[in-house]
Design a protein around this ligand. Structure first.
Ligand code: NHR
Length: 182
């Protein structure tokens, strides 16, 4: 999130208008406030299994802020098709695998378990189906012998911080051709 926020300066066509979390204690909210960016939080926990009720609250600060583009960054609640439809074609996510491989969770452990020699991250458009939308960019990293999931996650994360801003910049200019790094 911070890499995205801090990339939107100078001649960048976009500016951050809201940082929104499902955790009022998320460190990123404090960092966003320190940068003068409006923030909001909607705790999902009181809503239990009622995703629609949670999302109705989540939508309110977004409708206030009127973003052209919504970027998920470490957002861990599955969104319904109804919510996604409000931002269809203009909501992005970064996922820590070379999609279409390893949709879902625990991607680093799964890549190591499978004996993969390369791994990475993917920025994609968010659709109703999980980790499934059109691919907007990928960064590849080597898997090294003896890597733990934590080692690999840290190596992928350094590329997440480069890939996502590069994709957002290109996407903001209306270009959906995939960014390929390194
Ligand atoms: N929603 C839709 N409709 N489509 C996508 O592609 C989405 C999405 C919501 C989040 C991020 C994704 C990731 O990058 C994302 C993509 C969380 C889960 C999950 O199972 C799955 C994928 C992603 C994020 N969440 C559990 C849930 O019940 C909670 C897991 C937890 O809290 O640790 O929502 O990986």
């Amino acid at each position: 999130m911070l890499s995205l926020v801090d990339s939107m300066i100078g001649g960048h066509p976009a500016r951050p208008c809201l940082v929104l979390s499902n955790d009022a204690d998320a460190g990123g909210l404090k960092k966003a406030r320190a940068r003068g960016i409006p923030t909001a939080a909607v705790d999902h926990r009181p809503f239990g299994e009622d995703r629609a009720a949670f999302e109705a609250e989540l939508l309110k600060p977004l409708q206030q802020a009127q973003p052209d583009i919504v970027c998920l960054a470490g957002f861990m609640r599955v969104l319904t098709g109804e919510f996604v439809s409000h931002f269809q074609g203009r909501m992005l996510n970064i996922h820590p695998s070379l999609l279409p491989k390893y949709k879902g969770l625990h991607t680093h452990a799964r890549a190591i378990e499978a004996g993969d020699t390369e791994h990475g991250c993917t920025v994609h458009e968010v659709t109703a189906a999980l980790d499934d939308g059109p691919i907007l960019g990928q960064a590849r990293v080597d898997v090294r012998p003896g890597d733990t999931p934590e080692d690999l996650a840290a190596r992928v994360l350094t590329w997440e911080h480069k890939l996502y801003p590069a994709v957002l910049r290109r996407f903001s200019m209306g270009n959906t051709e995939p960014v390929l790094l390194p």
